[in-house]
Structure formats: structure tokens, C-alpha cells
Ligand binder design. Structure first.
Ligand code: ADP
Ligand code: MG
Length: 707
């Protein structure tokens, strides 16, 4: 038995705090359990009543003679802990705490919530909530509506989790209106014990759940979510509304990577995460249902070519425009199909896709046209648009299509621009009908999502590869620096760290003074680059600490003297004494990219890739991923930046070595995964070329975590 079974598939339920008072939560939950015909036993618990709702009530859970699987607790906050003890005495294993006033209210509430969780753990129970609105299981064998929502749910194959209770009520009534049914509906509340990830795992193999919808305000453990969702989305679509478009808070953002995360906000990072695990993100609950309708009532399309059949020109144009923006193509019909349509339709009709039947097609003609289009191999999905004219029944049109669409394994979506009363009538007359929308846009968006999801499912999973690296040497380097309490590696050390992970760096050497530099320079082939080295010197160019393309030893000496003066005038020397000069092989040409890692307070480590160099903050052309990167992640990260064309080569330039770059991202990911103790790592720039053997990471920064 699964530990969440007592909560989600109980045989018997105690409602602790059941009440007679109409409108009270304790009454509504009991009422819903009965109204929805819960298949097991229900026990009201209330010390002040013998009967509630005509059912015998008990003063305590412990005094119930039968076994109890689940207790739904709605007593005032100060009585919750005592109720948990009472449940424990009875051997109850599942708890749902509806009562509010816990961590969502502040310090005091947080303390009590902690006590609650401690008790639950100690007693070996599982808990949903507190501060939630209950849950639903529509399985005909269970039929549990343990919410206080006024709408009873429809049976379906969608698992829904909601973090917001208030919104839960709206969601249930909206679902009913739209003819969307659920297998489960769970209001998570404060997620004190059972998390969203726990529930995902529960639904992963649930035979009654084909699709998962989520309304979430936060992800407690994004890395775990990534792992779980990546697996589930290969079998079941997941759609998420992320509430509250959050901004990243203040953070130690001395690197570009950190600064860009802070600047772009967590939203961008969230998008990256969801992209990485195939979860579809929408902005509103309305869009969530638009997609749910399409997914729950259609097979996957085989491609992106949509057929549009309409009786009005305007909406077809809207649909065509939307199709393009959602990644779909208006398919080309075969001559045979067009000839067939011509025979069915009046001469003024348009028989090329979008097919315009003219305003008054009889329902059988509508269905015959739809059949011809569905039979055409050039069409992967069909969008039916109908603006009801007088005298033609929309319901008849839908009925005609209903019989037809079962025969084809292609998505068929309807847009019927009719009044609410039509939709109500249709739900009554033909429950389970095809997905129908009021307007073309949402229908096309949903179709686009179906197609994107097909792509995701067919895409190989990708693998996290392990490269041979000098792990021990890299660890030792980091540990030595941390043991000394340093906050950063010096540039030469940082470059050495990269080299240990197989990321090529230019030949470099460090000189303590000008004289030493003069000697060292003899080992180098000119041109060279000179950089100031100081422990916490971050953006060297800004303080005159970088001189490139130095042609002769004389120029080098002059540059070194200038650099010393420049640094002194910036006050850098006083604050952070310059410890020397870095002389480096000059890397001519190539294109500059940035690869970085930063720690985000809510997401943990994040990887960034983008166009690099000194303009990175200006261009902000970067993508994010959560490590570890699979081989596919690395490649997508590169392709996703806006400036990807520049890497492919414009105006006759040869393209850079794409594979070579992807491998560097993979190695970088391996490095940040394997090496504890780094807070931020940034390679900027990595200079890339048409051949990977020429790549050079010329600058790197590593900020250390405090030991
Ligand atoms: P910082 O980022 O601290 O200002 P960098 O070492 O990144 O210093 O140097 C600044 C810029 O100088 C780089 O973006 C790059 O364009 C150029 N540069 C630095 N080192 C080299 C090198 N070895 N070869 C070619 N160009 C270099
Ligand atoms: Mg740099």
C-alpha cells in the first residue's frame, strides 16, 4: 500500500469538526461526501452533537468503533494538535488539515505547523495541508468529494493539484462549465508534509490519470521536480500555471550570471526549468483549461499541418494568423480533396485551405467536408469554425462531427462563436463532446501545445554524460583556497580549474613584478595579453587591468607600467593589493561566448550560456538550465539564444564548431555538479572557432562558498 492511499483512496473517513451550521466548512465537507456518494463509511466527529446530517456523530475519533483511514480536520487551530493525538489513538494513517492559521500567517503559525509536522512524522501518518480545501477522487470505486466547494466534480482522467484553496473553488466550477472531468483534485495548502512532488509520483503510475494540471505558487524542490517531471512528461502531459510572476530577490550577484538571473527575474529561470522537463507553462487558469480540453479529448497529432474548415472568412483569418504564431502550418490540400469539396459546396466557396463553405452549410454538408479534409494526408489536425447562422443548429453540426471524428486518429477542435446558452445545452445533450472554444485563438494555441508536446515525447531523452577529468586535482585546488578563507580563486587558478575539466585555456603565466614579467615573456610567442592579478579584482577591463594584442617585449613593459598606475589611480591597489601580472597567449579572432553557473536561493545551481565578452550585460542574450545538463540540453541551450545566427556564421563566415561548444557546456555542467564549494563560476569569454581545437577560455572567475 502506498503511504498516500489512506488519504486518496480511503475506505472510511472521520470528519473532525463536522457541524450542523449551514455554510460552515464542517458541514459542507460532510454534505459533499454524502452528496457525491462516497462508497465507504463516514463518521462525523463532534463532542456536542449526537447526530449530524442524520448520521450518528462521535465525540472523539478514538470512540469510533470501526477502523478509520482518513481524518479530515476542520477544528479551530488551537485544537488541531489534540485532534491529531486523538487520530493517532485510533490508528488513523491519513490526515487532511483544512484549518488555516499556520505558516501562511507568520512566526506563531510557523511554530505550530512545525509541531504538527513533527507529530505526524512521529506517528507515521501522512498529511495534506494545512490551510487547504480538501481533495477529490472520482474513481467510481471511491467517489470521494472531501472539499467544501459548491460544485460537484465530473469524472475524468486529469489529476489536478492546486496550491491555492480559494482558486480551487473557482477551478472546480470552471471545469464543470467546460465539461472537463478530473480523476483527482488535490488542494495542497501549505504543503507542510505532502509536497507537489509526492503527488506527482503518486500519479505517475496511476492508471486513472492521463494528464496532470498544476496551479503552483512555489516549487519547494525544483531539482527533484525536474527529475520527476522529465520522466512523467514522456508518458503524461503536464501543464502548469505559475502564479505570481516573481522577481529574483537580492543576492550576491558579482558575476554576470548572477546579475542576469537577478535582472531577468525568476520567470525566465522557471521557463528554462519547465522547458527542460517538457512541462507546458501557461499564464492563466483559462489557458490551463483550454489546453486541458484539447489534450483530454484528442489523440496526438502526427505533424503541424492544420486544416481549417469555416463558414465565415474573418475567424479563419484569425485562426491562420494564430497558427503561424503557435508554430503550426496551414496544410496544403490535395487536388482530389479540393475536387471533392467543389462538388459539395456552392460555386462561391473557397476550397483551398482554409476552406470557406460560405455562411449556411447544412450539417450533413459540414460533416462531409470535414470527412474529406480528415482523409487528406496533407492535414494532421482539423479546426472547425462555425458562426451559427439563423436556421442552422450548431448542436446538429457538432453531432455530425462527433460521429465522424471517432473514425480518424487526428485532433479535431471546434470553434463555435455562439452564446453561453448553446454551450450549456451542448454539455447537457452531448456530454463528452469534442473540445469546443468560443474563439479561434485559444483553440489554435491548444493545438499548438498538442503539437509541441508530441515533439517533446518523440524527442530522445538525452543523457548526462561523464567525461574523463582530473577531479582530484580540481578538488584539491578548491579546498586549498577555501581552507585559507579566500572568497575567490585568482584568474590563473580559475583557468587551471577549467583545464582540469578539459576546457581549453590559453598558455598563461604569472609574474610577481615587472622584472619577473620581462624574464617570463621570453617563453611566450608574441602577440600576448597582459592582465592585472589581484585576489578580488573582478571586472579587470573596467580598471585598466587588461591590455591585448601586445606585439613586442617593449610594448609589454610599457603596458605593465601603465597598468600599475591605472590600478593605483582606481584605488584598487589600496583596497586589494595587486599581486602580479598574468601574461597570456593572445587569441586572435573567433567569437566570444559566456558560460556561467550561479546559485539561486530558490532554484539552487543554475547554468547560463550566451553571447559573451564585455557586452554581455548589454545584450542579455542568454539561456538558463538547471544542471546536470543532458547532451540535448546543452545543444538546445546554444540554439535558443537570439544570436545563434552569429555562431552559425553570417556573411560568409564559417560556422563555429557546434558540437565542440556543446561538449564544453557538458563538461562545465559536470564540473559544477562534481565540485562542491563553488558559489559562482563564470567563463567569460570563451573564444570559439570553426574548430574545437582552437577554442580558448581566456578569462574565468570562481567565487567560493564560505568553508
Ligand atoms: P575582464 O572580464 O575581467 O574585464 P578579460 O580577461 O575577460 O577581463 O578580458 C577582457 C576582454 O579582453 C575579453 O572579453 C576579450 O575580448 C579580450 N581578451 C582577454 N584575454 C584575451 C586573450 N588571451 N586573447 C584575446 N583576447 C583576449
Ligand atoms: Mg572577462
Amino acid at each position: 500500500m502506498h503511504p498516500l492511499d489512506p488519504i486518496l483512496k480511503p475506505q472510511s473517513i472521520a470528519v473532525v469538526g463536522a457541524s450542523r451550521r449551514p455554510g460552515s466548512i464542517g458541514r459542507e465537507i460532510l454534505h459533499n461526501l454524502i452528496e457525491y456518494n462516497f462508497h465507504g463509511k463516514v463518521f462525523p466527529v463532534n463532542p456536542k452533537a449526537d447526530f449530524i446530517h442524520s448520521i450518528k456523530a462521535f465525540p472523539t475519533v478514538a470512540s469510533i468503533p470501526d477502523p478509520v483511514d482518513l481524518a479530515i480536520i476542520v477544528v479551530p487551530r488551537e485544537d488541531v494538535l489534540a485532534s491529531v493525538d486523538d487520530c493517532h489513538q485510533k490508528g488513523v494513517k491519513g490526515l487532511v488539515v483544512i484549518t488555516a492559521g499556520f505558516s501562511e500567517t507568520g512566526e506563531e503559525g510557523r511554530k505550530i505547523e512545525k509541531q504538527l509536522v513533527d507529530k505526524v512524522n512521529q506517528y507515521g501518518m501522512r498529511l495534506i495541508g494545512p490551510n487547504c480545501m480538501g481533495m477529490i477522487n472520482t474513481d467510481p470505486e471511491i467517489r470521494m468529494d472531501a472539499t467544501f466547494a459548491p460544485t460537484l466534480p465530473l469524472e475524468g482522467r486529469i489529476g489536478f493539484m492546486s496550491q491555492s484553496g480559494a482558486l480551487g473553488v473557482v477551478i472546480l466550477s470552471m471545469a464543470r462549465e467546460l465539461d472537463v472531468g478530473f480523476s483527482y483534485f488535490v488542494s495542497m495548502g501549505n504543503k507542510a508534509d505532502t509536497s507537489g512532488n509526492d503527488l506527482l509520483l503518486y500519479w505517475e503510475d496511476d492508471p486513472l490519470t492521463d494528464m496532470i494540471l498544476m496551479y503552483l505558487e512555489s516549487l519547494r524542490n525544483p531539482r527533484r521536480f525536474l527529475q520527476i517531471a522529465r520522466r512523467i512528461t514522456k508518458r503524461k502531459p503536464m501543464v502548469l500555471v505559475k502564479a505570481g510572476r516573481t522577481q529574483a530577490g537580492a543576492r550576491a550577484a558579482s558575476s554576470h550570471t548572477g546579475g542576469l538571473v537577478a535582472g531577468q527575474g525568476l520567470d525566465v529561470v522557471m521557463d528554462a526549468l519547465l522547458d527542460q522537463c517538457g512541462v507546458i507553462r501557461v499564464n492563466t487558469v483559462k489557458e490551463l483549461f483550454d489546453l486541458a480540453l484539447a489534450f483530454s479529448k484528442n489523440p496526438a497529432p502526427r505533424g503541424n499541418r492544420v486544416g481549417i474548415l469555416t463558414n465565415a472568412g474573418g475567424p479563419a483569418i484569425m485562426a491562420t494568423d494564430a497558427a503561424v504564431s503557435f508554430g503550426l502550418e496551414v496544410g496544403k490540400l490535395s487536388q482530389r480533396t479540393m475536387d471533392g469539396l467543389r462538388k459539395l459546396l456552392p460555386p462561391e466557396a473557397a476550397v483551398a485551405n482554409p476552406v470557406d463553405m460560405t455562411p449556411k452549410p447544412e450539417p450533413p454538408v459540414y460533416a462531409s467536408c470535414a470527412r474529406l479534409m480528415l482523409e487528406d494526408d496533407g492535414i494532421d489536425s482539423l479546426l472547425l469554425i462555425f458562426v451559427p447562422p439563423m436556421m442552422v443548429s450548431s448542436t446538429d453540426v457538432v453531432t455530425g462531427i462527433e460521429e465522424l471524428r471517432q473514425q480518424f486518429s487526428k485532433p479535431v477542435l471546434g470553434v463555435i462563436m455562439a452564446t453561453e446558452s448553446f454551450f450549456e445545452e451542448l454539455n447537457r445533450k452531448r456530454p463528452g463532446h469534442m473540445a469546443i472554444y468560443h474563439f479561434p485563438e485559444p483553440a489554435v494555441q491548444a493545438l499548438g501545445a498538442l503539437e509541441r508536446y508530441r515533439h517533446w515525447r518523440e524527442r530522445p531523452v538525452g543523457e548526462v554524460r561523464e567525461f574523463p577529468v582530473e577531479r582530484e586535482a580540481a578538488r584539491a585546488l578548491l579546498e586549498t583556497a577555501r581552507a585559507k578563507g579566500r572568497s575567490h580563486l585568482s584568474t590563473p587558478e580559475a583557468l587551471r580549474l577549467l583545464a582540469h575539466y578539459g576546457i581549453p585555456v590559453p598558455r598563461s603565466a604569472v609574474a610577481g613584478c615587472v622584472e619577473e614579467l620581462e624574464v617570463l615573456a621570453k617563453e611566450f610567442r608574441f602577440p600576448v595579453v597582459l592582465k592585472a592579478v589581484a585576489p578580488d579584482l573582478v571586472h579587470k577591463t573596467e580598471v585598466g587591468g587588461v591590455a591585448v594584442d601586445i606585439r613586442t617585449p617593449q610594448e609589454l613593459m610599457a603596458a605593465a607600467r601603465r597598468m600599475g598606475e591605472a590600478l593605483a589611480s582606481h584605488g584598487a591597489a589600496a583596497a586589494q593589493p595587486q599581486v602580479g601580472f598574468l601574461i597570456q597567449e593572445y587569441v586572435r579572432g573567433g567569437r566570444e561566448v559566456i558560460v556561467g553557473m550561479t546559485h539561486d536561493p530558490s532554484f539552487g545551481p543554475l547554468l547560463m550560456f550566451g553571447l559573451g565578452g564585455i557586452y554581455v550585460e548589454t545584450m542579455k542574450d542568454v539561456t538558463f538550465r538547471i544542471p546536470p545538463l543532458t547532451d540535448l540540453d546543452a545543444r538546445e541551450m546554444i540554439r535558443q539564444i537570439r544570436g545563434y545566427r552569429l555562431l552559425e556564421g553570417v556573411r560568409g563566415e564559417p560556422p563555429i564548431d557546434f558540437e565542440g561548444l556543446a561538449v564544453i557546456l557538458e563538461r562545465f555542467s559536470q564540473m559544477v555538479e562534481e565540485l562542491p564549494g563553488t558559489a559562482e563560476v563564470e567563463v567569460n569569454p570563451l573564444i570559439v572557432f570553426p574548430e574545437a581545437k582552437d577554442f580558448r577560455a581566456v578569462d574565468a572567475r570562481v567565487r567560493l562558498q564560505a568553508p
